[in-house]
Design a protein around this ligand. Structure first.
Ligand SMILES: Cc1cc2nc3c(=O)[nH]c(=O)nc-3n(C[C@H](O)[C@H](O)[C@H](O)COP(=O)(O)OP(=O)(O)OC[C@H]3O[C@@H](n4cnc5c(N)ncnc54)[C@H](O)[C@@H]3O)c2cc1C
Ligand SMILES: NC(=O)c1ccc[n+]([C@@H]2O[C@H](COP(=O)([O-])OP(=O)(O)OC[C@H]3O[C@@H](n4cnc5c(N)ncnc54)[C@H](O)[C@@H]3O)[C@@H](O)[C@H]2O)c1
Length: 511
């Protein structure tokens, strides 16, 4: 039986008890290890779960072990996508209420019940946790071990006093919040994604360090839920990995909603007093201070490597994580990796896609034949702010670096009827294509449902459908996805050269 104490799971109400019973049952008894495993998977976040379930689901009688030291489901279910998107839903409603008057609806009074918002988060999370549960995976025929796994040799992993020998192993141990080295921060105390979703009381004043995906999503969310939010970002604009025009729209929206944005900011120290936690920071050369009740860190990730004893398995790593080749194979040919621990794309769907590649490359590529490359994936992602910012494929910078000649077509949402009727014209569709061809290289969409719309373009790219065919694809009127068709139509118009016009004129005369 394990002696696990869920230090970050609070409060221990009925919902969190249900979650725990699913993803780290307090009375769990590890099985006796098999003599030899076909596959041992280290870490039961998205990547590990998909590898284990995918391999077991083939019905080939493979012997599979899955090891998790904390909560099965990893970041996504417990302290990432699921809790964040659940409170983002509540915050969206507040955004709608703010907009109500513009839509002709008077809402004079409303109140945010922060406790109820957070209780809903815990309820929803516990409602879907069964899919990632120890019981479900054991029922799939997988040996589930709840404990800290570390390599004992090139061919074995230790978990507690048990040794699991493997033919192949997969490292899927993910990441955790990187904590910036700021004097007084640890003493003052801070929140990370591991603790922020356990809040039961609304902090009146909240400082967020880092203006990436976590910082932006949660600054808007907690701002809408009634906190005074300051976002301290060291870059000169938010969401450094996104199209600057997309970041610009978000900056304007956040500022309008009352989130204080500080750029080019270096937090130097944190001190504590009766007034709260005071951060001293350098704002473009000026020293400033701000006093808050809580500090949330969203300043990037650090890989979960320390306890793995990678040296024993001769697996190479660096500060970013486990090193892999394009087949997700580590320096030990029997050991693969998937998910945040080894990838620049740190998303649940990326971990899922990588896990599928790993199943194929570990189990179904005899003599290394028929392996799939990570670089073959077309990767979309979405930042769930309001408006959403969605991207797929290459950015203009990527294309430039790859030496590809390109053109970009951009359509403002203010030209899309449905966005106008919805009062959601902050945004655009931008599609980058190979110059002189309709091949789509990448796209960014900023709109209230950009996350849904981007899939049209992802599907087109995966199936090598160009802008010409997208222009022929009928979008129902009026939808915001019509912006994609407008961009494709705009590409078509570029084909109307004087020579083509002459030809068309001739055809018209002859018809
Ligand atoms: C706040 C937040 C919001 C997010 N929102 C989104 C979103 O909306 N969409 C999206 O696509 N992505 C989102 N992400 C990213 C997403 O959560 C990750 O990309 C995804 O969880 C990665 O899965 P993984 O399996 O690689 O790693 P993890 O989910 O980190 O799983 C790794 C597991 O390994 C375990 N482990 C580590 N070391 C050991 C060991 N030695 N022995 C045994 N077990 C070990 C850990 O306990 C953990 O359970 C978000 C992340 C955060 C933090
Ligand atoms: N919707 C989504 O898919 C989603 C949502 C949240 C998180 N995530 C994933 O989680 C990962 C981690 O998110 P994140 O926001 O922590 O990382 P991030 O890398 O996206 O952004 C962190 C930002 O913080 C800044 N920063 C770092 N140290 C700082 C400091 N001391 N002071 C001020 N700014 C500082 C960095 O310059 C960077 O721009 C992301 O890479 C993303 O893949 C995804």
């Amino acid at each position: 039986m394990t002696t696990f104490s869920p230090k970050h799971l609070a409060p221990m109400d009925a919902y969190n008890q249900k979650l725990l019973a699913d993803v780290h049952p307090p009375d769990w008894v590890d099985p006796q290890p098999a003599e030899m495993y076909d596959l041992v998977v280290l870490g039961a976040g998205t990547a590990g779960l998909v590898v284990a379930a995918g391999a077991a689901g083939l019905g080939l009688g493979l012997k599979i072990a899955l090891i998790e030291r904390n909560l099965m489901g990893g970041d996504c279910l417990n302290v990432g996508c699921v809790p964040s998107k659940t409170i983002i839903r509540s915050a969206r409603t507040i955004g709608e209420i703010w907009k109500a008057r513009e839509l002709g609806i008077k809402v004079d009074n409303f109140e945010v019940d922060f406790e109820a918002v957070m209780e809903r988060l815990r309820r929803i999370r516990s409602q879907i946790s069964h899919a990632d549960s120890a019981a479900r995976f054991a029922n799939l025929g997988i040996d589930v071990f709840l404990g800290d796994g570390s390599f004992a040799s090139k061919e074995a992993i230790a978990v507690g006093d048990k040794i699991l020998k493997f033919k192949k192993a997969v490292i899927a141990t993910g990441t955790r919040a990187a904590i910036p080295n700021i004097s007084g921060l640890r003493e003052a105390g801070f929140l990370t994604n591991e603790t922020v979703f356990s809040l039961v009381e609304r902090p009146r004043r909240l400082a967020i360090i880092g203006g990436g995906a976590i910082g932006c999503e949660l600054a808007q969310t907690f701002g809408r839920l009634g906190c005074e939010v300051v976002l301290l970002h060291r870059g000169s604009r938010l969401l450094t990995k996104e199209d600057p025009a997309a970041a610009d729209i978000l900056q304007q929206v956040l500022a309008k909603e009352g989130v204080k944005l500080v750029f080019n900011c270096q937090v130097q120290q944190v001190t504590t007093s009766d007034a709260g936690k005071t951060l001293t920071y350098n704002n473009s050369g000026r020293e400033e201070t701000i006093t808050v009740d809580e500090i949330l860190i969203g300043a990037g990730r650090t890989p979960n490597l320390e306890s793995l004893n990678l040296a024993a398995a001769e697996v190479a790593s660096d500060t970013k994580g486990v090193r892999v080749n394009d087949y997700l194979q580590t320096s030990n040919p029997k050991i693969f990796a998937a998910g945040d621990i080894c990838m620049k794309w740190q998303f649940t769907h990326a971990a899922d896609a990588a896990a599928r590649i790993v199943i194929k490359n570990t189990l179904f590529s005899p003599f290394g034949l028929g392996k799939t490359k990570l670089s073959s994936l077309v990767m979309p992602w979405v930042t769930y702010t309001d408006p959403e910012i969605a991207h797929v494929g290459m950015s203009e910078d990527d294309a430039q670096q790859a030496g590809i000649e390109f053109d970009t077509i951009k359509v403002s949402m203010s030209k899309v009827d449905r966005a106008i009727t919805d009062g959601e014209t902050d945004g655009f569709v931008s599609i980058t294509h190979r110059r002189g061809s309709d091949e789509i290289l990448g796209a960014t969409i900023v709109s209230s449902h950009a996350g849904e719309s981007i899939s049209h373009i992802t599907t087109a790219m995966v199936n090598k459908i160009g802008l010409g065919k997208l222009s022929n694809t009928i979008q129902p009127y009026p939808t915001q996805a019509d912006g994609i068709k407008k961009a494709a139509d705009a590409y078509r118009k570029t084909l109307l050269t004087p020579r083509n016009q002459k030809l068309l004129g001739l055809l018209a005369k002859l018809s």
